[in-house]
Write a protein that binds this ligand. Structure first.
Ligand code: ADP
Length: 158
């Protein structure tokens, strides 16, 4: 049984995230989208909103679940017997940080393997940060995020 976790802020979830999730669901037996909630981080959407968007996103998969976690990732993987950590790579700019994280996680939990999946080039420029910026100024974000995220932005921005 190959169990994987796909952790992130997902603030909000974008088509880029969904592309990685879709690939991961085909490679691994079970995938958990883990909405990380770091108390030192300021999120635009709170964890309940981010989790509810993730729950919408995973409806079509029978082998994917979504949860929230506010601790150390390796503790979660150990407790849930997960040995694969999935992260998405867009460009070289993601690489340095991701490499550092992968080494840290490996040092803390030697049997946890980080697997990087490359996003489809058409999603490689999408980031939650840019989507939030566009939405803040009233721009149309529907090319980059699912409809339920567009609605969540409208609700927040009024
Ligand atoms: P974090 O705060 O942990 O970086 P994010 O929600 O920004 O959380 O990203 C979660 C994961 O999804 C990361 O591995 C990130 O590189 C990946 N990711 C983010 N945007 C995209 C995208 N457009 N295409 C592919 N992967 C992405």
């Amino acid at each position: 049984m190959k169990r994987a976790v796909y952790p992130g802020s997902f603030d909000p979830i974008t088509f880029g995230h969904l592309d990685i999730l879709n690939r991961a669901s085909r490679i691994f037996d079970e995938v958990t989208v883990l909405i990380m909630n770091n108390i030192n981080k300021d999120y635009f959407f709170n964890w309940k909103e981010r989790l509810s968007m993730a729950k919408e996103a995973i409806k079509k998969y029978s082998n994917v679940k979504a949860e929230m976690f506010d601790g150390l990732l390796v503790e979660y993987t150990r407790k849930n017997e997960i040995t694969i950590l999935v992260r998405g790579l867009r460009a070289v700019s993601d690489f340095e940080y991701e490499l550092q994280m992968a080494h840290m996680n490996k040092a803390m939990c030697p049997n946890l393997e980080t697997v990087f999946l490359m996003t489809d080039s058409k999603y490689s420029f999408i980031s939650s940060t840019i989507v939030r910026e566009v939405a803040k100024f009233g721009g149309d974000v529907s090319p980059w995020v699912p409809e339920y995220v567009v609605r969540a932005f409208k609700k927040k921005h009024g």
